[in-house]
Design a protein around this ligand. Structure first.
Ligand code: DGL
Length: 264
């Protein structure tokens, strides 16, 4: 692997752009590739076998592109695929993501933590293990959020329909006394401005994008693979509608970009 090779970042859709932004902020010299599996979104209600198969195709594509590292910028795909992908590519720096239970358990003052995530993430054995490990001293209220990802995919971050749905999902958490809410899906950080208006000001929101960028920096640093020069423009692919992704990129990403079709 060479230092100026790109880093592959993957999500079921546009959610991983929230992670891509953190990576670009921390590692501005890195060239980035982004694949959205928009033709198969949402992952939240799909089987782990299906998501693993899709993740393997994306991993193979990033290898073909010469990517020096792979970031699964999706909590749902991480629980379904990270262990197998690590076995498939033992020497490839690979970063997955999981809901930030440990920092949330440390941050809560009420002792009640809420988790907003997909059904797939919340039902996984990996998430149960995370709670066993880090949440023994706090109460955790989990809330699956079907429908939210689909709205965010359209570029909707603040419509009446979205506000209604989100209100339904956060209300039980607030009623239960949560003062710390984990955004356990990479799509949800885009709703932070809306959540900040909706929630009591004492509630803290925690997501893992920045931690993932730091972990990536650590892994590349250990292998002396951090880039130092001028990066190439970020390249985007989607298995869904390329025109649609191109149109919403300026809203969810820092700029417009070239979007190609991914038919893996
Ligand atoms: N963005 C993904 C996550 O972090 C999942 C969205 C989906 O349901 O496809 O879990």
């Amino acid at each position: 692997m060479v230092k100026d090779a790109p880093i592959g970042v993957f999500d079921s859709g546009v959610g991983g752009l929230s992670v891509l932004a953190e990576i670009q902020r921390l590692l501005p010299h890195e060239s980035l590739l982004y694949v959205a599996d928009g033709g198969h979104i949402p992952y939240g209600e799909k089987t782990p076998e299906f998501i693993l198969e899709r993740s393997r195709r994306v991993a193979g594509f990033f290898r073909e592109q010469g990517a020096k590292a792979f970031v699964i910028a999706c909590n749902t795909a991480t629980v379904a695929a990270v262990a197998d992908l690590r076995r498939d590519y033992p020497d490839w720096p690979l970063v997955g993501m999981e809901p930030a239970v440990k920092p949330a358990a440390a941050a809560t003052r009420s002792g009640v933590v809420g988790v907003l995530a997909t059904t797939g993430t919340l039902q996984s054995a990996k998430f149960a293990a995370l709670l066993d490990r880090f949440a023994t001293d706090v109460r955790v209220i989990t809330q699956p959020c079907p429908g939210l990802v689909e709205l965010i995919e359209t570029g909707d971050l603040d419509s009446p329909a979205l506000r209604l749905l989100l209100q339904r999902y956060v209300e039980p958490l607030i009623a239960a006394g949560c003062d710390t809410i984990i955004l356990g899906c990479t799509h949800y950080p885009f709703l932070k401005p809306l959540l900040a208006r909706m929630l009591p000001p004492t509630v803290i929101l925690i997501d893992t994008g920045a931690a993932v960028a730091r972990q990536l920096q650590r892994l590349l640093g250990e292998r002396e693979l951090l880039a130092g020069g001028t990066p190439q423009a970020t390249r985007f692919w989607t298995s869904g509608d390329t025109e649609h992704l191109r149109n919403i990129l300026p809203t969810l990403w820092t700029s417009s970009g070239v979007v190609r079709s991914f038919d893996g």
